[in-house]
Design a binder for this molecule. Structure first.
Ligand code: SF4
Length: 359
């Protein structure tokens, strides 16, 4: 039996959660919400969405903004390439499409950071275009509905899931259908203990009917993530300002600010890592405390780190710091640290510095 989209749409009408981006057909706000909700839960994204739309109410406002401002509004959401891409795409929309999100699929796909999922979601919801949007939630539902037992990371399986979603799509109401399917995955067809008795497609679902929901979606075990030790130096000048450096745009966490430092090499003492990195990166000689004043563990999607923060003192004879990669450096008053966007682990260091100051 093929699942009937009408059952899903009726369920969605009665059960959907109200969200600000569901009360608008404005493609900019729908696009923004879709970008924020990638890798982020709704309750976490909501305050960011409100702050962001207040500050940048439309595509033009976002395109006109400085990247630093955009990153600052994004700080805490993580996956900063999303914010950089959003900003760049806003500029492309202004330049190429007069400030209006393009209703054409290929033109949408040509924008920075817009993949098949985002293009389909925005076009179906804002413009009622018949494109099925497949995210992690939809992948889970479809793999269970049709008992797809192969690894969902395989491109052939992803294609099968997209084809299945496309065949199910309600062509009269593609936006509602896509949102309904994502909502089903988020609230009913959850990763563990799905609430199958409440599901509008329980009759058609092969996994439910064969009591095998826990088998889907199948993912082969992930490789262990590597772990790195990073040591950074907190250098203060005679006026009590801290030295911070901007990360290159093309690097991971590009455009964010950080305390200078780098990866430990060959098990060298971590204080030596700071001395070496600051000399290599900024051309300065520093003396470094033996022990870090803060140690932070943090996980990224492909690796984990332990960040060791040391107080360091600059030898004035080594001259003014200058970043070898040409990126800007700033000496910043402690009170100004909140005005710069930092990655999460570095933000913990600025919080500690502010605490030291007020205690
Ligand atoms: S019946 Fe259960 S496993 Fe199947 S789609 Fe519905 S919630 Fe998911």
């Amino acid at each position: 039996m093929t699942p009937d989209s009408r059952n899903l749409l009726t369920w969605y009408q009665n059960s959907r959660r109200e969200m600000p981006w569901r009360q608008t057909r404005d493609p900019y706000r729908i696009w923004l919400s879709e970008v924020m909700l990638q890798q982020t839960r709704v309750d976490q994204a909501l305050p960011y969405y409100h702050r962001f739309t207040e500050r940048f109410p439309d595509v033009r406002a976002l395109a006109d903004a400085d990247l630093d401002d955009v990153l600052r509004m994004w700080e805490g959401l993580g996956y900063y390439s999303r914010a950089r891409n959003l900003h760049k795409a806003a500029r492309q929309i202004v330049e190429r499409h007069g400030g209006k999100f393009p209703p054409n699929y290929d033109e949408a796909l040509a924008l920075q950071g817009i993949g098949p999922y985002s293009a389909s979601a925005v076009l179906s919801i804002a413009y009622n275009k018949p494109h099925a949007a497949v995210d992690g939630n939809v992948t889970r539902v479809i793999s269970r509905l049709f008992a797809i037992g192969d690894d969902v990371r395989k491109s052939s399986v992803q294609k099968e899931i997209r084809d299945r979603a496309d065949a199910l799509l309600d062509r009269a109401k593609p936006g509602d259908f896509n949102q309904a399917l994502m909502e089903l995955g988020a609230t009913i067809c959850t990763p563990v203990r799905p609430k199958c008795p409440d599901c509008p497609w329980q009759q058609e679902c092969i996994a439910y009917q064969t009591e095998s929901t826990s088998r889907y979606p199948f993912k082969s075990p992930a490789k262990k993530r590597p772990h790195h030790h990073i040591a950074v130096g907190v250098v203060m000048d005679d006026s009590g300002r801290y030295l911070i450096a901007r990360r290159p745009d093309e690097a991971m966490l590009g455009g964010l600010w950080e305390f200078p430092g780098g990866k430990q090499e060959h098990n060298e003492p971590l204080s030596q890592t700071v001395r070496r990195e600051l000399h290599e990166e900024l051309g300065i000689v520093v003396s470094v405390d033996e022990e870090p004043f803060e140690v932070i563990r943090h996980a990224y999607s492909h690796f984990t780190i332990t960040l060791h923060a040391f107080f360091a003192k600059m030898d004035k004879a080594s001259g003014a710091p200058a970043a070898q990669n040409g990126e800007p450096l700033r000496w910043v008053e402690p009170d100004e640290l909140t005005e710069y966007a930092f990655p999460k682990a570095n933000r913990r260091i600025t919080d500690t510095l502010v605490k030291y100051r007020t205690s």
